[in-house]
Design a protein around this ligand. Structure first.
Ligand SMILES: Nc1ncnc2c1ncn2[C@@H]1O[C@H](COP(=O)(O)OP(=O)(O)O)[C@@H](O)[C@H]1O
Ligand SMILES: [Mg+2]
Length: 820
């Protein structure tokens, strides 16, 4: 069963001398890549290293610029390996960019599953897959690969020229001896930490015995308190029992007291009620007295009132009658006086109308007589004349107007004819004679019209004068008619006055008679005895007043008597109530006395109860106090216990730390140092032995011996003398380098367990400068090595006999080519 890595194939595209894609397959066993110098053999190996670890900047790494085929923009390597029975395909690319040649992102295909990675990630993954020490992962070169699997041809001898310090350092890293140094450093740090911890724990646990003492005294106190608490609790129980016994008696006493106070309350309320009743009774008595004296007084007064013999009703009627009489007399007197005045006034009127009559008579005699009818007739005649004159004037004016317009027409005709040339009707020219004839005729007509107008104007002025005269006459006549009217009206008035006067004269006699009659009647009315009647009325009134007073008084008396009766009854009631109250009070008093006596007898028990109760509460508070203190002590004790346990823990911790500390200084560090020494010794011894052996195998010459010094520097001794590498022949140098490399390879594979490149070895021109004999020895060495896959690059066709497979590499104008 194989778990370690072998190479299955490598595919190159635009790498160094390879142009288009080329695939080179490898088998288990030994394969020779044979070809002339510069044919493209090493390029294949470089491509394999690039596929595994990528390019780097250090002098020992593969360079992108030297890998990418000149003139190509992109190149790539695909490497197929088998590790742990898994087929893994690694792909990396190169790209030409403006800044130079860069690695592009690559990928891994593991069991057919593809995963992309950045170049750095890819390198980390592969170091993982190859199981190389992790410490070496960050390095740009991979010394394990370089020292074990493949060293480029040019660097074969370089390891011999390395500075010894650098070499030792590198080896320490490869063999992981370095980590023992770190272990020592770490354990030093742990030791100082432990020392600090011990110091701290020591401080913590120092006063542990004091704390324990403290806890002890606390516990003692607590148990003491428990004792006293027990005693207190017992006496509390006792007290409680006692109290229970007394309690019923005290309860009874309490009830009695309550009863007493209720009786006392009843008594107090009865007392106040009684006093209320007493004052009510005295009030009643007073009011009775007052009423009685009032009744007496009123009765006296009543007796004093003297009532007339006549009945009141009669007196009232008399009063009514007399007062009616008086009123009537007064009224008729007034009417009579009024009547008298009227009569006097009428007489005066008659007197004045007499005078008016005289005046009228004289006036009447003075008024002229006018014939009103004649005047009216005359006026009418004149008016008729006036009218006919007016009509005549109007007709004349009309005629004058027509004459004037005819004259105007004639003038217009004459004017027209004088200017006319032809007849407007027959259109014949008008002759001058004809014109003149017409004008003469017109002038004739005008003359006649003017004459007529002169006559008419003469008539008009005549009529006008007549009309003026007639108008004057008519005005005069009208005035006369008016005067006649006025005088007739006045006459009528005067006649009226005279008629009235006659009527008044006939009335005067009657008036004078009625005057006398009225005066007589007045005299008679004046004789009515007013004063006497008034006196009578007054007397009646006095009698009536006596009656009313009498009845008022008797009503008052009866009212008072009624009140008196009520008051007396109330007084009676009050007295009865008081009596009743006094009776009940007496029985209450008796009860009170009895209760008081009983209470007095029982009071000592109550006092006892109170004092016992106080004692109990005192006990209770004492208990509480002790409990509180006990609680505090308990807490303190708990705290002390916790502290003690912490201190004990710290102490234990300290002891443990001390043990670890002494173990580390006495056992661990010496052991680590021992392992380190041992490991180093093993590496050295194995390396040295193998180196001697491989060199002896490759070099026949017995006079040259080699070994390693403790810095892994090869020491050459020739014929018993130390010699330098530069003194050796080319073949000897190659042998030295090959022996050194192969022995180192073996040691690494032995010492570092688990690296996955134990089964593969790649050698580039390992026989440079070798004799045919020496080449045969390489076969022995390879046989001894027993490596599953060996790839050898060589230009020596003699090498063919050493291998199982051969791949021929050659070069034509297009680049390198591969053939079987
Ligand atoms: N980047 C490159 N582009 C093209 N050719 C290159 C490049 N680098 C090297 N070469 C050439 O490739 C050829 C093969 O080189 P190499 O594989 O080292 O030869 P050898 O077969 O001797 O090991 C050489 O002729 C070399 O000059
Ligand atoms: Mg080469």
């Amino acid at each position: 069963m194989f778990w370690k890595m072998i190479i299955k194939y490598v595919k190159l595209r635009n790498i160094r001398s390879y142009s288009s894609s080329i695939k080179i397959e490898f088998q288990e066993g030994r394969t020779l890549l044979l070809g002339d110098i510069g044919s493209g053999k090493s390029s294949i190996l470089q491509a394999i290293e690039f596929a595994l670890f990528g390019t780097g900047t250090s002098s020992e790494s593969v360079k992108g610029s030297s890998l990418l085929r000149r003139g190509s923009k992109k190149g790539s390597v695909e490497l197929c390996i088998e590790v742990s029975k898994k087929e893994i395909i690694i792909w990396r690319g190169l790209e030409k960019a403006s800044t130079g040649i860069k690695q592009s992102n690559g990928y891994l295909i593991i069991n057919g599953e593809k995963q992309a990675y950045t170049p750095v990630e890819l390198k980390t993954r592969i170091i993982e897959i190859l199981n190389y020490p992790r410490e070496l992962a960050s390095k740009s070169k991979s010394p394990v690969f370089r020292f074990t699997v493949y060293t480029p041809q040019e660097q074969m001898k370089q390891i011999l020229n390395m500075g010894s310090d650098e070499r030792v350092d590198t080896f320490r890293k490869i063999f992981q001896i370095e980590k023992y140094k770190r272990i020592k450093e770490n354990s030093q740090a742990l030791r100082s930490f432990l020392r600090e911890k011990i110091e701290y724990s020591k401080g913590l646990s120092q006063d542990i015995s004091e704390k324990k003492e403290e806890l002890k005294t606390l516990l003692k106190k607590i148990s003491e308190r428990k004792e006293s608490l027990k005693a207190i609790r017992e006496s509390i129980v006792e007290k409680k029992e006692n109290l229970k016994k007394i309690e019923s008696e005290v309860e009874l006493l309490k009830k009695k007291k309550e009863e007493l106070s209720s009786i006392q309350q009843q008594l107090a309320s009865a007392f106040s009620k009684a006093s209320g009743l007493g004052s009510r009774a005295s009030e009643l008595r007073e009011s009775i007295q007052a009423n009685e004296s009032e009744v007496e007084k009123s009765s006296q007064k009543l007796k004093e009132i003297k009532l007339p013999e006549v009945k009141e009703q009669e007196l009232r009627q008399q009063y009514k009658r007399i007062s009616g009489e008086i009123a009537e007399a007064n009224a008729s007197k007034a009417t009579l006086h009024e009547k008298l005045q009227q009569v006097k006034n009428s007489l005066q009127e008659v007197e004045s109308s007499k005078k008016d009559c005289e005046d009228a008579k004289s006036q009447l005699s003075k008024i002229e007589h006018f014939d009103i009818d004649a005047s009216r007739r005359k006026l009418e005649e004149i008016k008729k004349i006036e009218k006919s004159l007016g009509e005549k004037l109007a007709s004349i004016e009309k005629e004058l107007f027509s004459c004037r317009s005819q004259v105007e027409k004639e003038e217009q005709l004459a004017e027209k004819v004088s200017r006319m040339d032809s007849c407007p009707l027959c259109k014949q020219p008008v002759g001058e004679s004809h014109k003149q004839e017409i004008c003469e005729k017109s002038a004739e007509a005008k003359k006649k019209l003017k004459e007529k107008m002169g006559q008419l104007e003469k008539d008009q002025s005549g009529f006008k004068q007549e009309l003026e005269k007639a108008s004057e006459q008519s005005a005069l006549a009208a005035k006369q008619v008016e005067q006649a009217l006025i005088s007739s009206e006045k006459k009528e008035q005067l006649k009226n006055a005279l008629y009235n006067y006659e009527k008044a004269l006939s009335k005067e006699k009657d008036l004078k008679e009625s005057l006398q009659k009225t005066q007589r009647e007045i005299e008679k009315a004046e004789s009515y005895p007013f004063e006497k009647k008034m006196q009578e009325l007054e007397d009646i009134d006095a009698s009536l007043r006596a009656f009313s007073e009498h009845s008022k008084l008797s009503a008052l008396i009866s009212e008072k008597q009624k009140q008196l009766g009520l008051a007396k009854k109330a007084l009676e009631q009050a007295r009865a109530d008081i009596k009743e109250l006094n009776k009940s009070n007496l029985s209450l008093k008796e009860k009170e006395d009895l209760l008081k006596k009983e209470i007095r007898e029982k009071e000592p028990a109550e006092k006892d109860f109170v004092s016992q109760k106080e004692a109990l509460s005192e006990l209770n508070s004492k208990e509480k106090m002790i409990l509180e203190i006990a609680k505090e002590d308990e807490e303190k004790a708990e705290k002390a216990r916790v502290q003690i346990s912490e201190k004990e823990k710290a102490k234990a911790e300290m002891e443990r730390s001390r043990k670890i500390l002494s173990w580390s200084s006495e056992v661990f560090i010496p052991m680590v140092e021992n392992i380190e020494k041992h490991l180093f010794a093993r590496v050295y011894n194995e390396f040295d032995a193998l180196f001697r052996e491989w060199f002896e195998m490759l070099v026949e010459d017995e006079s040259i011996k080699v070994r390693l010094d403790p810095t892994f520097t090869p020491i050459i001794v020739q014929n018993g003398y130390d010699a330098d590498v530069s003194d050796l022949s080319g073949g000897e140098k190659t042998s030295l380098a090959l022996a050194y490399r192969l022995s180192l390879n073996q040691v690494i594979n032995d010492v570092i367990s688990g690296i996955n490149t134990k089964d593969i070895l790649i050698l580039d021109e390992p026989t440079d400068g070798f004799s045919t004999e020496q080449m045969d020895r390489v076969r022995d060495v390879l046989d001894r090595l027993k490596i599953r896959q060996v790839i050898i690059v060589s230009h020596e066709s003699k090498m063919e006999s050493l291998v199982d497979y051969r791949i021929r590499v050659s070069k034509d104008s297009g680049g390198s080519i591969i053939s079987a």
